[in-house]
Ligand binder design. Structure first.
Ligand code: ATP
Ligand code: MG
Length: 256
């Protein structure tokens, strides 16, 4: 018996004026995979993420998560449905501490509703305490405890990638979309990052990872989807991607 896919993308198209950045993309992802999404610069990978995460509305097509439609939902609703993403360029609040940045994320935090501060102050304090404990656990998991009081703006490129991951984890998503997690990350932090992805995957999180670092993609991602000029060229194993003529053509004969 084959399980229903966790994420189902059907005919997703995103145009900017006359230009079609994502062109009828369709693929399914099963729960439990670490899938890779590769393709040359400008292929439409980040635009697809923006569309899945609700930052952009698809012009056509549908996206289902766990059988529920999520296309057209605003980002925080998509996140509440179980899909969270990191940004290609990390977007922390630079003046705030690492801990504060991670704590900014919890969904439905009761303290956000101002009247609760008046009528249910005990409840708010309790939720804030829980959010802080959860944030501290996640910060420890991501190896950022030493810098948790530092301003996010002072972190290295690799630490910022880990902070992005920490922020995503606060929402406890079913599927995590990572946009170039290894870009600008030094080799030792890269090992940490890969270990964290694999550990989270073993705990049941599904991943879709955009990455130009082929070593990372080929070693941890399966299946691999290859995109070029907005279209899906290939979906399958890493070794199959290396031999596929359309893929080689898109990379001008040479995978990076
Ligand atoms: N807001 C926008 N308005 C107009 N064109 C855009 C917009 N965002 C992206 N594009 C264009 O859409 C195409 C796909 O861009 P996208 O950022 O999705 O590519 P990518 O595959 O993520 O590339 P990279 O590997 O360099 O990050 C590019 O030609 C880009 O210039
Ligand atoms: Mg991109």
């Amino acid at each position: 018996m084959s399980a229903a896919p966790l994420l189902s993308i059907q005919g997703v198209t995103k145009r900017f004026g006359q230009f079609t950045a994502v062109d009828r993309m369709s693929f399914d992802l099963n729960s439990g995979v670490i899938a890779g999404l590769i393709g040359p610069n400008g292929a439409g990978k980040t635009t697809l993420f923006d569309t899945l995460a609700g930052l952009l509305r698809p012009d056509e097509g549908s996206v289902h998560l766990d059988g529920h439609p999520i296309h057209g939902l605003v980002p925080h609703k998509v996140c509440a449905s179980g899909l969270s993403r990191t940004f290609q360029i990390p977007r922390p609040f630079p003046e705030m501490s690492v801990l504060e940045n991670v704590m900014m994320v919890p969904l439905g935090q009761i303290g956000e509703k101002f009247w609760n501060n008046w009528f249910r102050p005990g409840k708010v304090a309790q939720e804030e305490r829980q959010a802080k404990e959860q944030a501290e656990d996640i910060i420890e998991f991501c190896g950022l405890t030493r810098v948790k009081g530092d301003q996010a703006g002072s972190l290295s490129g690799g630490q910022l990638k880990l902070l992005e991951l920490a922020r995503v984890l606060m929402a406890d998503p079913k599927i995590i979309l990572l946009d170039e997690p290894a870009a600008g990350v030094n080799p030792s932090l890269m090992v940490t990052l890969v270990e964290k992805i694999q550990e989270l995957n073993a705990r049941g999180h599904t991943f879709l990872v955009i990455e130009h670092n082929m070593e990372l993609v080929m070693s941890i991602c399966e299946p691999i989807m290859v995109m070029a000029q907005g279209k899906l060229l290939y979906s399958g194993t890493a070794s199959g991607a290396r031999k596929d003529p359309k893929v080689l053509d898109a990379y001008l004969g040479d995978l990076p």
